[in-house]
Design a protein around this ligand. Structure first.
Ligand code: GTP
Ligand code: MG
Length: 256
């Protein structure tokens, strides 16, 4: 049997990413093991799910299937958020205080990344997600730092022939985030010059994602703030049917 308290304590995987990436499609597939027609989300949605076999939750890898503790460890929550630019406050609110968040899954349409507009939108959103995690880490008061929150870049729609492969998804996003970082810093500097304040420099540093200096942004720089970033390709849908998201479930298992 289940009760509300037991459900509330389950690890939550937060789904974010641009509109149309496939967050809700993945949520319904994971919850019901069937695909359904989705519509752009206007509200966040939490579903309870069970890690499908043969995937194994890391916290119970030494237990056997059927053991009640193993069965309990397979349970988790998916928190699906709307990706539309005007509805991101649902995701931002979670990121500002991610106490209950175990991990973040950034779902992106890998075919959309082949176009400049799609790539820039995804890079800006991902930049902001990672910056929120960085701020949380650097403003932590304990010397130990806050709990680590890993990020999966879930490169979806690999069934489309225009989809970028996972290694290119990673490379293109790193390149585009490098540019986002530079243009955000310039905007801050321009705003600071208009104000003529004394503490602009401090702020600028806080808003800079990853390592300082002239180098390019790389996801590996997020290790320093306790965030491992992985990129895994999959497709929620196939040719009018169910696709395969085994790689994402595997990643969830590693963090469950
Ligand atoms: P928002 O709610 O607006 O943030 O979007 P979302 O990320 O929830 O996207 P959603 O799950 O609604 O999917 C958007 C569209 O992409 C739907 O028409 C899905 O059927 C389609 N879609 C999802 N996954 C795949 C996939 O793997 N391949 C293909 N070809 N289409 C997909
Ligand atoms: Mg949705």
């Amino acid at each position: 049997y289940r009760n509300a308290a037991a459900t509330a304590s389950l690890p939550t995987f937060l789904l974010v990413g641009p509109s149309g990436g496939g967050k809700t499609a993945f949520t319904t597939l994971t919850e019901r093991n069937t695909i359904t027609q989705t519509h752009t989300s206007t509200q966040p949605l939490t579903v309870e799910a069970l890690l499908p076999s043969p995937h194994i939750p890391a916290s119970a890898h030494y237990r056997s299937a059927g053991d009640p503790a193993f069965e309990r460890a397979r349970r988790f929550l998916l928190l699906d958020t709307p990706g539309h630019g005007k509805l991101r406050h649902y995701a931002t609110a979670q990121l500002a205080d991610p106490k209950t968040i175990r991990a973040i899954i950034f779902v992106v349409d890998a075919a959309a990344l082949a176009e400049e507009a799609g790539l820039n939108e995804a890079a800006e959103y991902l930049h902001d997600v990672l910056l929120a995690l960085q701020k949380r880490y650097t403003s932590a008061t304990t010397s130990k730092g806050p709990k680590e929150i890993p990020v999966l870049i879930a490169a979806n729609k690999m069934d489309l022939f225009t989809a970028l492969p996972a290694n290119l998804v990673k490379h293109q996003l790193e390149k585009a985030i490098t540019e986002v970082r530079t243009s955000r810093a310039k905007a801050l500097r321009d705003a600071g010059a208009a104000l003529s304040g004394g503490e602009d420099e401090v702020d600028e540093e806080k808003e800079w994602l990853g390592e300082g200096g002239e180098g390019a942004f790389e996801f590996s720089q997020m290790q320093e703030i306790g965030t491992a970033v992985g990129v895994v390709g999959a497709n929620v849908l196939g040719q009018g049917e169910k696709g395969s998201v085994e790689g994402w479930w595997e990643w969830i298992g590693e963090n469950l």
